[in-house]
Ligand binder design. Structure first.
Ligand SMILES: Cc1cc2nc3c(=O)[nH]c(=O)nc-3n(C[C@H](O)[C@H](O)[C@H](O)COP(=O)(O)O)c2cc1C
Length: 206
């Protein structure tokens, strides 16, 4: 199988908000798509073990903020590379609540969908949620950010050659998966969350 074929799949970038028992959280995903029109249904795929799917399973609802081209790397890093179990990712943001009481932001999103979970399926590494959209609002006229443009225009390029420390492994910044050894092939993809090599950071010898 040529893993490069998967680079040709296109996606958007979404801020998923969820909450249960007074705990509120949000994370970045690229896996929302509309799959039915009447009733309107979307799918969402979440990495098992993350805090957001735990809250979705408990609260049976979530919001989808369609991230737009005004988003910067700090925003993606806060919601897409940190875990809400350890910290309040909403700190400093003006959090709003939808018809289901689920949190969402109007920062860097052009539209928000309110979703009620209809079914969920454990796919091993991920849980696939199928949800009905019960409300939708336009927030801004900015264009949605695509997954490709996130990598091309938002994510900073790292110059690894300047660091002379010895690399002994690699860690996926998205899901925490680690690989031993100094080399990581250019076309490597994380076996757990499927993110590309550019989402791995070096583990240095102490
Ligand atoms: C560009 C990008 C796309 C992502 N896509 C997904 C996704 O589709 N599903 C998912 O569960 N996590 C995805 N993530 C990773 C989560 O946002 C990340 O693991 C986050 O830290 C989870 O936070 P939580 O534990 O608070 O839920 C993505 C991250 C980035 C930066």
């Amino acid at each position: 199988m040529d893993n490069k074929a998967f680079f040709d799949l296109t996606y958007g970038i979404f801020l998923i908000g969820a909450g249960s028992g007074g705990k509120m959280n949000a994370c970045i995903t690229n896996t929302v798509m509309q799959v039915a029109a009447s009733p309107t249904r979307v799918t969402l795929s979440c990495i098992n073990g993350n805090y957001t799917p735990e809250l979705i399973k408990a609260g049976k609802c979530f919001t989808v903020g369609i991230v737009d081209e005004t988003a910067d790397y700090g925003y993606i890093e806060n919601f897409g590379m940190k875990h809400g179990r350890d910290l309040d990712k909403f700190e400093g943001y003006d959090v709003k609540y939808d018809v289901n009481g689920m949190p969402y932001l109007t920062d860097h999103v052009c539209a928000v969908l309110s979703c009620k979970v209809v079914s969920e399926e454990d796919l091993g590494t991920h849980t696939l949620f199928i949800a009905e959209v019960v409300d939708a609002v336009k927030v801004a006229d900015n264009s949605p950010l695509t997954y490709a443009d996130y990598f091309a225009k938002v994510k900073p390029r790292k110059d690894e050659t300047k660091d002379e420390r010895k690399i002994i492994g690699w860690k996926c910044r998205i899901c925490g998966f680690t690989v031993d050894g100094p080399e990581l092939p250019e076309d490597y993809r994380c076996p757990l969350c499927d993110h590309p090599r550019s989402d791995f950071e070096p583990i240095y010898e102490e």
